[in-house]
Design a protein around this ligand. Structure first.
Ligand code: OOB
Length: 556
């Protein structure tokens, strides 16, 4: 259907690329160039804070450029992939910037990922290197990284922050200041990646099987950052708190860490959204902007209601997205936290919708905003692909200057998720108001959205079928008051067989699957009804589990 670039990405048709350049969206500059420009303007200003570590702009870019050259000296080259699995920490920022400077492409994995996901990502991206923290919460990431290197032919270099074992590369040393940052800068400037080169790989929310890789180019991702920064009013005075995993598109680039680093503001890295820690960091650093998923926003609201702290005075804007924010929680953000709410309905595949900071309260509290670019194209269509009028919910289709036209090397998924003329179908059911704002009404994709973490039902089911006892499996969402949804599993079993939730969970752990994908409820039934076309009737199962939960008086 479509040809792929050498990065395995699907390029925009030339007439669109031309238009996006003409309009100044695509500037044919590498992401690193924007940060260097900020560093030239604000060399002494603090760029990154992580606990006691504070890096000025000058230190950040000097370290990143020196690190970029050290990565090249290790044998990595432009276009090579590196799996990055780091918590929110200064090392993440310096390493990703070093990648953007050298053209080495980070595959942005989550700290929660385990062998099952990482082995696939390493193989599929043909990663040459992996960067991890040695241990996080008792989990030995270094050991897993070494195991991945053993089983993945391309993967030869293991970089470790913390205590690197013999044979691995000390990531903290690699990210240390260099002796000749000016020389490094000159050399890297001369070989900087082109605008349509891959800048990074993001992971798809996952509707089918394992996460798909999304190639984001320097041009499109820089524009993603610029467009969202404009809507969110990011300036050199912005102090941003990154507390969601920053390898997610939302805290990374909407406008997130990159938006703030483009503008000369300050990024505060925090690996946990725990309210006590978050509030202390907001107070200590004078944080003005942060990002949360609805479940996290709700925890912060409850904490503030209980403790009536004075710690949030500087917080001007709280962005919330990733899953649907209930209107009643939206209405509490301003009165309780004192910050203006900005709802964000976005996707790693591109399109970002945001409420504007000066929108009327009704828009801010009841809609998920509108596209950030005037050249974002959005259609709401019925099942036959016909455009629907305002106020009628339908499937959303989108194209635009920062929405890639396909996934990395997967013609089969592209045929399903993209129309032949390049519209991406996210699977969300959306209604457009006459004022242009969108309301997410639901979705038509087999995915569970667990407090913003996306779980592919198909992926979970394929793991369940590894269990001998199971004849039919259906992974569905069940309602949860805090997370919105949790993962529930319906199964039928072979005659005489039995299965407990604990056994399912143990088998998932044995396989090495990210913890958020482990089922939290198991319902064993005699029969799972299918629809006329032989598909499992998941709607019925969702109704059934909601009743079960209500009857038992519990929510999970
Ligand atoms: C963000 O990105 P992903 O790739 O993890 O997930 C995208 C999906 C959307 O297709 C939609 O199903 C859901 O997450 N979603 C929302 C939402 N924001 C995302 N559903 C309802 N209301 C919202 N506000 O989740 C993401 C990426 C960039 C910015 C913000 C979120």
């Amino acid at each position: 259907m479509t040809s792929h670039t050498r990065d395995g990405a699907v390029p925009w048709p030339p007439e669109y690329a031309r238009k996006y350049r003409e309009k100044g969206y695509w500037e044919d500059r590498a992401l690193g160039a924007y940060v260097l420009e900020a560093a030239d303007r604000f060399p002494e200003q603090t760029a990154v804070v992580d606990g006691d570590v504070r890096l000025s702009y000058k230190e950040l870019v000097d370290r990143a450029d020196s690190a970029a050259e050290r990565l090249l000296e290790l044998g990595l080259a432009k276009d090579d992939r590196i799996l990055v699995q780091l918590p929110n920490c200064w090392q993440f920022t310096v390493l990703t910037l070093a990648c953007f400077r050298s053209g080495i492409v980070p595959v942005l994995t989550l700290p929660a990922h385990r062998k099952f996901e990482l082995a696939y990502l390493a193989e599929h991206s043909e990663a040459k290197a992996i960067a991890v923290r040695d241990v996080i919460k008792d989990f030995d990431h270094q050991e897993l990284a070494n195991h991945l290197a053993d089983i993945t032919p391309s993967l030869t270099t293991v970089l470790v922050s913390g205590t690197a074992r013999v044979g691995n590369v000390d990531l903290d040393a690699l990210l240390a200041p260099g002796l000749d940052p000016f020389g490094a800068r000159t050399r890297l400037d001369a070989s900087a990646p082109a605008g349509d080169d891959a800048a990074c790989f993001l992971l798809s929310g996952g509707t089918t099987g394992l996460p798909k890789l999304i190639t984001r180019t320097h041009n499109d991702y820089a524009y993603n950052v610029k467009a969202t920064s404009a809507v969110t009013n990011v300036t050199s005075g912005t102090v941003y708190l990154g507390t969601l995993p920053v390898s997610h598109n939302f805290p990374l680039a909407c406008p997130g860490v990159l938006g703030v680093l483009f503008a000369g503001g300050r990024v505060v890295m925090l690996p946990s959204p725990e309210p006590g820690k978050v509030f202390a960091a907001i107070e200590r650093e004078g944080v003005t902007l942060s990002t949360a998923v609805p479940a996290v926003a709700q925890r912060w609201i409850e904490y503030q209601q209980e403790n009536a702290t004075e710690q949030l005075k500087t917080l001007e804007v709280l962005q919330v997205g990733g899953s649907r924010l209930p209107d009643e929680i939206a209405r509490k953000v301003k009165p309780v936290l004192g910050a203006t709410l900005q709802q964000v309905f976005g996707m790693a595949e591109g399109l970002i919708n945001m409420t504007r900071l000066d929108d009327p309260e009704d828009v801010i509290c009841t809609t998920q905003g509108r596209p950030v670019s005037e050249d974002d194209e959005v259609r709401i269509v019925d099942e036959a692909g016909r455009d629907l009028p305002d106020r009628v919910p339908g499937a959303i289709l989108t194209r635009g200057p920062y929405t890639p036209r396909g996934y990395y090397r997967t013609a089969e998924h592209n045929a399903r998720a993209f129309t032949p003329d390049g519209w991406y179908s996210s699977g969300d059911i959306v209604e457009r108001r006459p004022d242009g704002n969108l309301i997410v009404q639901g979705r038509d994709k087999d995915m569970i959205n667990r407090g913003g973490e996306k779980i592919s039902a198909e992926e979970v089911e394929s793991l369940v079928y590894r269990l001998d006892a199971v004849t039919l499996a259906a992974a569905i969402s069940m309602p949860d008051p805090l997370l919105g949804e949790k993962l529930c599993l319906y199964v039928t079993l072979k005659p005489g067989a039995s299965l407990t939730l604990a056994e399912v969970q143990e088998s998932f752990r044995q396989t090495g699957v990210a913890a958020f994908k482990i089922p939290e409820k198991l319902v064993v039934v005699d029969e799972i009804l299918t629809t006329k076309v032989g598909k499992i009737n998941k709607k019925l199962l969702r109704e059934n589990v909601a009743q079960l939960l209500q009857a038992s008086g519990s929510t999970t």
